[in-house]
Design a protein around this ligand. Structure first.
Ligand SMILES: [Zn+2]
Length: 207
C-alpha cells in the first residue's frame, strides 16, 4: 500500500515539538479550549494556525471554498453551534483572502459544475454591487470584502451567536489575509444602535 511520504516529516515534527514544548501534547490529550473560531477559505496559502502564530488547540476551524456562509449549510452551522455554545470561544473570525480562486470564479463567466451553486451567494453580491465593482480599482478585493461582510452578517443572524454576544461579549470579526505579504487586515464592521436593535428583534430567538 502506498504511504504518504510526508509521514516522515510528521515524526520529525512530533519529536521536535515534544522537545520544545514538553507539556503540549499531554495537555491537548485532555481536551480543547480554543479562544477563536476561524471561518476561512480552503486555499492552501491560508493556514490559519500558522498565520496567526498559534499552535494546535488554539483555533477551532471551518474552511470551505471562498469562505462562503450559506445560512442553511449543515456543516458550517454545526461548527458554529459547537464552537460558540459548547467550546465558548470568545472570537469568531470570517477571513477572506487576496488571490482567491472562488472570488475569481464568481467574477468570471465560465460554468464550473457543483461550484456554481456553491458560489451563488458571491455571484449574488456581484449582481447587487455591479456598478461599484465595475469602477473599483481592484474588483476581486472589493468582492472579497463584500463576501466577508456578508459572512459576518450571516453569523449575526444566528441566534446562538447573538445570545453569546449579548450574554458574554462574544466578538465577531471580518478579516482579509494578504497572500502576498502574510498580513491580516481587519475590516470595520461596527453598526449603529438602531441596526443592532433591529437585528436582535428580528433574529434573536428564545432557547
Ligand atoms: Zn480562497
Amino acid at each position: 500500500m502506498p504511504r504518504l511520504t510526508r509521514a516522515l516529516e510528521n515524526k520529525a515534527w512530533a519529536t521536535r515539538t515534544q522537545q520544545e514544548q514538553p507539556e503540549l501534547f499531554t495537555t491537548l490529550a485532555t481536551g480543547q479550549q480554543p479562544e477563536i473560531l476561524w471561518i476561512g477559505c480552503s486555499d492552501s496559502r491560508c493556514p490559519e494556525t500558522t498565520l496567526l502564530g498559534l499552535k494546535p488547540g488554539d483555533v477551532f476551524v471551518h474552511r470551505n471554498i471562498a469562505n462562503v456562509l450559506h445560512p442553511g449549510d449543515l456543516s458550517s452551522s454545526a461548527v458554529i453551534e459547537y464552537a460558540v455554545r459548547h467550546l465558548r470561544v470568545n472570537h469568531v473570525v470570517v477571513c477572506g483572502h487576496t488571490c482567491c480562486g472562488g472570488i475569481a470564479a464568481a467574477l468570471g463567466k465560465k460554468q464550473l459544475g457543483i461550484l456554481d451553486p456553491w458560489l451563488l451567494p458571491v455571484r449574488r453580491l456581484r449582481e447587487q454591487n455591479l456598478a461599484s465593482l465595475q469602477t473599483a480599482a481592484d474588483p476581486a478585493l472589493t468582492l472579497t470584502e463584500l463576501n466577508v461582510r456578508d459572512g459576518v452578517r450571516t453569523l449575526k443572524e444566528k441566534s446562538v451567536v447573538l445570545e453569546a454576544m449579548e450574554e458574554r461579549g462574544l466578538q465577531v470579526h471580518g478579516l482579509i489575509f494578504n497572500v502576498a505579504s502574510g498580513m491580516l487586515h481587519e475590516l470595520e464592521t461596527g453598526e449603529s444602535g438602531d441596526a443592532i436593535r433591529a437585528r436582535l428583534t428580528s433574529f434573536k430567538l428564545e432557547p
